[in-house]
Design a protein around this ligand. Structure first.
Ligand SMILES: NC(=O)c1ccc[n+]([C@@H]2O[C@H](COP(=O)([O-])OP(=O)(O)OC[C@H]3O[C@@H](n4cnc5c(N)ncnc54)[C@H](OP(=O)(O)O)[C@@H]3O)[C@@H](O)[C@H]2O)c1
Length: 271
């Protein structure tokens, strides 16, 4: 039995203050959603909320939370699962990169990456799925990465591979319920991501770099169409096709050489 759809559905977006998350919030408001915005910086959240209310006339809640903190994550999970204020669209977007290798990097930083990129996505997806299944509708949108399909990006690649596979599993489990889960796999996108991680994005005017608005538009279209995987842009769809068919050993070698070349051109690029 499907509950009647609300006049204005609600979307909860993590990492909503910058980059892709800010564009998800904006475009979901344009598509008529009320919002719950999650990130750590409370001041920036309030500013974003005020702008979104003014520009789109939607209701916006803010929930300041560090998703690497278990108690803070539980507050967000409780909000996601609150039956009195249903969340119709969950966008697990918050994330960051690390400019260090896995094998000799700082363990605490890698644990934080695991907590935000994997654990928070797992807990919030599960919190959303139960209520959505009961209501017979809902969209779960988890931001993975093309990097999750190629070894060599340190811990980040492994974390994004986890997000992609967990989302595919969820999509399969929810089949026929009216609820869908979509993994989004962007390539390089112009956001604050690389500067925050202390990485160079010297080639950001090259065609390898995508516009955040376009990535979000294509991925929301795919999510609302119920697709299990969204790869924004023809360029990166072509990359994913090659990755699908090429032998893994060959991909590792070519990718390793490309990274080595990039490291020589940009000494600050991640190992
Ligand atoms: N940019 C790319 O090239 C690219 C490519 C593929 C995938 N992605 C993925 O896309 C997603 C968004 O990244 P972006 O490029 O938009 O990065 P961004 O511009 O740096 O934005 C990151 C957002 O995540 C929030 N955040 C970071 N750590 C958090 C934490 N511990 N708890 C709560 N919120 C946290 C930040 O807000 P606060 O600092 O206020 O917490 C910010 O709103 C990430 O999952 C990233 O891995 C990015």
């Amino acid at each position: 039995m499907t509950d009647p759809a609300p006049a204005r559905p609600t979307a909860l977006v993590t990492g909503a203050t910058a980059g892709l998350g800010a564009r998800y919030a904006e475009q979901l408001a344009q598509r008529g959603h009320d919002l719950v915005l999650v990130a750590r910086n409370a001041e920036r959240l309030e500013t974003s909320a005020e702008q979104l209310r003014r520009r789109h006339g939607v209701e916006v809640e803010v929930l300041a939370a560090d998703l690497s903190d278990r108690q803070a994550l539980q507050r967000v999970a409780d909000r996601v699962a609150d039956p009195a204020r249903p969340v119709d669209v969950l966008v697990n977007n918050a994330g960051f990169g690390l400019k260090q290798r896995f094998s000799d990097g700082d363990l605490a930083a890698h644990e934080e990456m695991f907590d935000v990129l994997c654990r928070a996505v797992m807990v919030l997806s599960r919190s959303a799925a139960g209520g959505m299944r009961g209501r017979g509708r809902g969209r779960i949108v988890n931001i993975a990465s093309v990097a999750g399909f190629v070894a060599g990006g340190g811990h980040y690649s492994a974390a994004k591979a986890y997000v992609a596979l967990l989302t595919e599993t969820l999509h399969q489990e929810l089949s026929g319920t009216g609820v869908t889960a979509t993994a989004v796999a962007p390539g390089f996108v112009r956001t604050e991501f690389h500067a925050r991680a202390g990485m160079k994005s010297g080639g950001s005017d090259s065609p390898a770099w995508l516009d955040a608005d376009e990535v979000v538009r294509q991925s929301l279209d795919d999510a609302f169409a119920g697709k299990v995987l969204s790869v924004p842009s023809k360029r990166y769809k072509a990359v994913m096709t090659v990755l699908d068919v090429a032998p893994r050993a060959l991909v590792r070698t070519v990718w390793g050489r490309a990274r080595w070349g990039a490291a020589r051109r940009h000494p600050d690029s991640p190992a």
